[in-house]
Design a protein around this ligand. Structure first.
Ligand code: FAD
Length: 418
């Protein structure tokens, strides 16, 4: 049996009928107690477990997932990664994430299809161009390469957008060449496999139903498979953050909303990078299979359901066709929804909670996939050392009381870049 991917193992398995591979991770029974448990087997929970084991030598840990690995947002997003944020509290964190993406496949020995095809944010008026220049300069001051494209350069790169008769004429775009896409569910599987190899127990179909606390300190979690004791409990449950934190008596500054994504039938290459529409909220890329993968804004009501609603579909298609008219000729294959943990300022929380031994990772809004590696890295640092990682120092829970908010969308006349 083999469990390492290499040219030799792939070739030998091709001749052996693919029968010699080990399962990607074990299915262990829960232990009575762990040094730490992470609630939520999404990208962030699994990355946290992996870096806890790899960077901090903590291996008596478990990831507790109510469904199956990849069933949450990590397997539902539009796969876009980038680090082109504006605010100093965000830029180093997201750039660290992008650097971790760049080395991830070698690190975890797993093909996550990291594709640095570029992310281009279009602008359609002078105010937006000024904001793009400001953002580009802020990033370049942090050593991050950005490129401002004029209309002709955008047209040469993406000839199928609407340049001639557009409701919102394209003036240019800000390009981050190192941004791109990563195969979302492969990220979950790759981190799960790599964490398991370092001794982490991955407990699927094991919903957490309660958090036990005594004298202000966490004792462990109640689950559908019984009580699991833990010295430290870390919450990384994305759209269910409000519900799980309530088990510890906490009320978070977070609302849950549905976000929908779409994929079309496959077609020949028409988009060679990720593009975002500046006159609305729409983002699109072309998958390696040829389908156009795209999304738009949130459904505008609170919900814990994982499916979207018709008005959002209409809005997404209208915005898409305003930018890329050929979309109207395609058949849609699927659309699906995920539950987004929307924080009040659009930025995440990686912090301790008022309960000793209980940690919180939440508030990723619609853009937490790109953050997965850095989120795991910084959350693991916080759990292991009980102090925030410098890159995540701004992601404090008490900023909603002190007013020290981190609001990217307040930074200029941009429609939200995804
Ligand atoms: C349609 C859509 C498009 C998106 N596009 C992008 C994008 O292009 N780029 C980007 O950066 N971000 C994007 N995002 C956001 C990104 O996917 C999320 O911010 C990120 O995946 C959240 O972190 P996660 O992977 O850990 O979440 P999840 O995968 O949701 O993990 C949380 C896990 O917690 C589990 N859980 C919940 N309650 C319990 C419980 N009581 N007990 C045990 N387990 C529990 C859930 O089952 C789930 O598996 C998108 C999201 C959606 C839905």
């Amino acid at each position: 049996m083999t469990d390492r991917f290499s040219i030799f193992s792939v070739l030998s398995q091709a001749f052996a009928g693919q029968k010699g591979w080990k399962p990607m991770w074990r299915e262990p029974a829960p232990k009575a107690e762990y040094d730490a448990v992470i609630i939520g087997g999404g990208g962030h929970g699994l990355a946290t477990a992996y870096y806890l084991a790899k960077e901090h030598g903590l291996t008596n840990i478990a990831v507790i997932e109510k469904g199956w690995i990849g069933s949450g947002n990590v397997g539902r997003n539009t796969t876009i990664v980038r680090s082109n944020y504006l605010l100093p509290g965000n830029i180093p964190f997201y750039e660290h994430s992008l650097k971790l993406w760049e080395g991830l496949e070698q690190d975890i020995n797993y093909n996550a299809m990291v594709s640095q095809r570029g992310v281009l944010n279009l602008f359609h008026n002078d105010g937006q161009r000024d904001a793009a220049i400001r953002r580009g300069n802020a990033l370049m001051l942090h050593g991050i390469e950005m490129e401002l494209l004029d209309r002709a350069a955008v047209q040469a790169k993406l000839p199928f957008l609407d340049y001639d008769d557009a409701r919102f004429p394209i003036q240019g775009g800000l390009l981050q060449k190192r941004g791109g896409t990563v195969r979302h569910d492969a990220v979950a599987w790759g981190y799960a496999r790599a964490a398991d190899k370092r001794g982490v127990d991955i407990l699927q179909n094991c919903e957490v139903t309660g958090i036990r606390i005594e004298n202000g300190r966490v004792l462990g979690v109640d689950t559908v498979k019984g009580f699991i004791g833990a010295k430290k409990v870390a919450m990384a449950v994305a759209g269910n953050s409000g519900r799980v934190a309530a088990m510890a008596g906490l009320r978070l500054p977070i609302e849950s909303h549905v976000l929908t994504a779409f994929v079309s039938e496959g077609l020949k290459p028409v988009l060679d990078c990720v593009v975002t529409f500046g006159a609305g909220h729409f983002y699109i890329s072309q998958s390696d299979k040829g389908g156009l993968v795209f999304g738009a804004n949130l459904d505008g009501y609170n919900s814990y359901s994982q499916r979207g609603n018709l008005p959002t579909i209409e809005e997404a298609c209208e915005e898409g066709m305003a930018m890329l008219p050929l979309l109207g000729r395609l058949r849609m294959l699927r659309h699906w929804g995920g539950i987004m943990d929307m924080s009040k300022d659009g930025s995440p929380i990686i912090d301790k909670t008022p309960v000793a031994g209980l940690y919180l990772n939440a508030g990723w809004c619609i853009g937490g996939f790109k953050a997965t590696p850095a989120s795991g890295w910084c959350f693991a640092h916080l759990i292991a050392r009980d102090e925030p990682h410098p890159f995540a120092a701004a992601y404090r829970l008490d900023r909603f009381e002190t007013g020290d908010l981190l609001d990217e969308t307040g930074g200029g006349p941009d429609a939200v870049v995804h």
